[in-house]
Design a protein. Structure first.
Length: 95
């Protein structure tokens, strides 16, 4: 069994990721944080094998979070999620 911390400022995203991981049957104990600062507090008290974090969040983004975990000697496997929206899509010509 592996411990995973899912960090995202969007509750639906955290829950959706957890649901997908559960559906695929991965042997995971899941915890959640809504931003990087909360994640660090949780990680100081608990061991995590995997850190799955959104890149863009308030207070501390995912890159800063990973850097802070490294500074503190925490070395989980880090996975970064990115939510991209192509705002120029409406300008693309369709033929």
């Amino acid at each position: 069994m592996y411990n995973i911390l899912i960090v995202d400022d969007e509750k639906k995203e955290r829950e959706g990721i957890a649901l997908l991981l559960k559906r695929f049957g991965f042997p995971l104990r899941t915890a959640f944080a809504q931003n990087g600062e909360d994640a660090l507090k949780i990680m100081e008290k608990n061991y995590f094998d995997i850190l799955l974090t959104d890149i863009k969040m308030p207070y501390m983004d995912g890159i800063q979070l990973i850097r802070e975990t490294q500074k503190r000697g925490l070395n989980p496997i880090c996975i970064i999620t990115v939510h991209m929206v192509n705002l120029n899509m409406h300008r693309m010509p369709f033929h």
